[in-house]
Design a protein around this ligand. Sequence first.
Ligand code: HEC
Length: 141
Amino acid sequence: MRRLVPLLLAIGCGLPDNPPVSREIRWIDAETEDLARRACYDCHSNETEWKGSHRWPVVNSIVRSDVRRARCHMNFSAWDGPNEDAWEAPEALLDGEMPLRMYVRSHEEARLTDAEIVALAEGLEATFRLDPPLPGEPCDD
Ligand code: HEC
């Protein structure tokens, strides 16, 4: 085990390819899109920015699992698929549930001010009225 750990760290785990964008959500305005890209896109889109640190064992499986579950609940890059849980997004933001706290610690750009949180919550609501998420909730967790 003592030899295995540095070996695994040196080799690292593979990073997945992002699936293609099948249909991007139609944002109501540039400000909402910009805030969502800063705070949500790494998990809730197919434009995840994979980093070297995501190759580390443990980190690799946590990040893969977060991205898989996040995309399944709401994927701004797959707006032609079921995205019913998106309606929960304004509340998740205002309650401080999203973006995940652990993520914000290592992604300064995702740290939103109170004014930005309100602007994004309102912008998401307006965007969903313009381009409603399709019904269906395919996640099993
Ligand atoms: C680091 C990854 C990550 C980021 C960044 C992130 N989320 Fe999530 N999100 C998740 C995961 C993982 C789940 C699934 C949680 C579960 O299975 O309970 C989720 C679930 C959700 C859900 C489904 C319903 C719910 O409340 O559980 C909504 C809505 C949501 N996120 C909104 C957002 C919004 C809005 C942002 C940006 C402000 C955001 N998320 C940023 C990982 C993330």
